[in-house]
Design a protein around this ligand. Sequence first.
Ligand SMILES: Cc1ncc(COP(=O)(O)O)c(C=O)c1O
Length: 368
Amino acid sequence: MIDYLSLKRITDLHAAEITAAVNRVVGSGWYLQGQETQQFEAEYAQYIGTKHCITCGNGLDALSLILRAYMELGCLKEGDEVIVPANTYIATILSITENRLVPVLVEPDINTLELDERLIKQAITPKTRAIMLVHLYGRCAYTPLITELCQHHKLLLLEDNAQAHGCYYKEKRTGSLGNAAAHSFYPGKNLGALGDAGAVTTDDEALAKTIRSLANYGSSRKYEFTFKGRNSRMDEIQAAVLRVKLPYLDEENRRRKEIARLYQSAIHHPKITITADNDCDNVYHIFPILCPDRDEMQLYLREKGVGTMIHYPIPPHQQQAYHEWNNRHYPLTERIHREELSLPCNPTMTDDDCKYIIEQINHYPSNF
Ligand SMILES: Cc1ncc(COP(=O)(O)O)c(C=O)c1O
């Protein structure tokens, strides 16, 4: 059986070092706001190429804290509009509504599955204050036109980099392309912790300070509270684990790219669309294919011993949580959610695994 993703096998890639790091923290007697977190923040900021990295509890908190901090700084206010892809993981949109901002959902380019830059301009209104880009599936969604639009309309450019650690746009990493970026280190991510963890990267010192305080009950000095904050902190064990894994991230992303190339060059089936790659250095957190009989294809692959996933079966605007949007239509987003199937793509896979998967897909009966 080729699992879609075995976290055990991912951890086993660096098991001895991870165990030593965890033991180091256990033995230190210091579990929060210590050396490991501080060092990880410095190392990750350097990796992404920003002045600041502020760790927090998870990716949703990272997104939410960015927006909340901009509200505290007077750059955003209740009711302001944030442009966001309609086909994203719901956390991106939750962070916007949680802050009483208004998500303006924009359809993706069906060729790349990333936000369609041509549709952004017509979504901008006098209330628009930010664009929240999502580098979905580990592929860079940035285009220079987006910066032009942000500059022209005085909009913040925010990045949801939960799925794209290590991805480049030209010589800059995603996570350093706009005003601020959110990162998730959920265990299954390219850089994954052994539990929940997240971070914000930014060059903006005032924003960094505000986020650090908001994530620590609104306090920058013990028992003095500037904001009505929350508790969202990465613990020392997660920071120590991430410090072990960060130096291997580029190498592991290279393996993901090799696997993606194998799929791209060898999958040939009349029913399957392999979405187009842009010319960025993408990191393939997820390798999506589109297939009109996706559910049958998933069953077929399961019978052949190949695990797959769906990212994601129901789009945000059709969720019960957003019942007020249920009668809206985003046809491309709906098609993606109907047809998307994610193939295994991770650094524990061998070439033989990939060849087997490709063979099975190419032999999928067209008349299934
Ligand atoms: C695009 C995207 N944004 C945000 C998140 C939220 O991150 P977390 O699960 O760490 O809260 C995730 C992942 O789960 C994600 O894939």
